[in-house]
Design a binder for this molecule. Structure first.
Ligand SMILES: [Mn+2]
Length: 279
C-alpha cells in the first residue's frame, strides 16, 4: 500500500480521501477480529500512551527496525493532547496496514468519540479536515481489538482487569463495536487502574463505572485465565514504566507528556524476560 508507505516515510499532508482509505483499511483488517487477539509469546515491544507525539512513534519505529523478527503491540491512546494528533493517528494506522502480521493496534480509552471530543482530537480533525473525516476515524477506532493474549500467558490491554470477569469467554463475548464504550467489561478494560493494595476492586476517581483493581483481583484474574504477565499503559509515571504485583504487571508510558515522563517502551524477550527501552 503506497499511501501507508508514504506516511511511514514522512509524508504528513494527507487528504480526506486518503484518510478514508486508511480508516477503511483498518476497519477491514480489524472488524472481524475477536475482542482479545493473539499476540506473540516473545520478541515483542509493548508501546504505551502516545497522545499525538509523532516524534515518539517515529522513535518507536527506529527501535523496532534495529531488532530482527520482533513485533509491536500498541496499547492505546494515540489521539488527544499532543500537537500532531491527526498525523500521529495516521502514522499508527499506516503502520498497522503496512505490517499487519507484526503490528497490533489495541484500543485505548481515548479512542472513543466522547473522549476525543473533550480532549482535542475532534478539534484537530475539524481544523484540518471535517466532521465526516472524524466519523471515519471513529469507525476505525471502534473496530480495534481491546486486548492481546499470547500462548504463554502474556495479557495486554490499555487499562486492566474488569470486575466480574472469570474467563476469557467473558472478555470475548461483549460487543465492542460502538464509538463509545457501551459495555461495562470493555469500558473497564480500557479505563481501570491497578493499585498495590490487598483488596479486589474499589471505586476509581476517573468515573462512576471505572474500578481500581488490587492484589486480590490480579491474583484471581491471573489464576482464572492463566495469565503469567500483563502489560498495560494509561497512567503517567515519571520513569515511563512502573511494575506492580511482584513484577507481574508492567505499566508503560511512551510520550514525555510535556517533560513529565522519561518515555519508555518495553521489550519482551524469551521466557518472560522483559526490559524497558528509553525512547
Ligand atoms: Mn488512557
Amino acid at each position: 500500500m503506497d499511501l501507508a508507505q508514504d506516511i511511514i516515510e514522512g509524508r504528513t499532508q494527507v487528504t480526506a480521501e486518503e484518510i478514508q482509505e486508511l480508516t477503511e483499511g483498518i476497519r477491514d483488517l480489524n472488524n472481524e477480529k475477536p475482542n482479545v487477539v493473539t499476540t506473540p509469546s516473545e520478541k515483542v515491544f509493548y508501546v504505551g500512551d502516545i497522545h499525538g507525539d509523532l516524534g515518539a512513534v517515529k522513535t518507536v519505529v527506529e527501535v523496532f527496525r534495529r531488532y530482527k523478527n520482533h513485533s509491536l503491540v500498541f496499547l492505546g491512546d494515540y489521539a488527544d493532547r499532543g500537537p500532531y494528533q491527526v498525523e500521529t493517528v495516521n502514522f499508527i494506522l499506516a503502520l498497522g496496514l503496512m505490517a499487519p502480521e507484526r503490528v497490533t493496534i489495541l484500543r485505548g480509552n481515548h479512542e472513543s468519540e466522547r473522549v476525543a471530543i473533550k480532549y482535542g482530537f475532534y478539534m484537530d480533525v475539524k481544523r484540518k479536515h471535517s466532521d465526516a473525516v472524524f466519523r471515519n476515524y471513529m469507525r476505525a477506532f471502534e473496530s480495534l481489538p481491546v486486548a492481546g493474549f499470547s500462548k504463554n500467558g502474556v495479557f495486554s490491554c490499555h487499562g486492566g482487569i474488569p470486575e466480574g470477569v472469570t474467563s476469557l469467554v467473558n472478555l470475548q463475548t461483549p460487543n465492542r463495536h460502538f464509538v463509545n464504550f457501551e459495555d461495562n467489561v470493555i469500558l473497564q478494560l480500557v479505563w481501570n487502574d491497578p493499585a498495590e493494595n490487598d483488596f479486589a476492586f474499589r471505586n476509581n476517581i476517573r468515573g462512576a463505572n471505572i474500578r481500581t483493581y488490587g492484589k486480590k483481583a490480579f491474583a484471581k484474574f491471573s489464576k482464572d485465565l492463566s495469565v503469567n504477565l500483563m502489560f498495560r499503559s494509561h497512567q503517567v509515571f515519571p520513569e515511563g514504566i512502573k511494575t506492580f504485583f511482584d513484577g507481574k504487571l508492567v505499566s508503560v508510558f511512551s510520550t514525555e507528556y510535556n517533560g513529565r515522563v522519561k518515555p519508555k517502551i518495553v521489550r519482551l524477550g524469551k521466557e518472560m524476560q522483559y526490559e524497558p527501552i528509553p525512547l
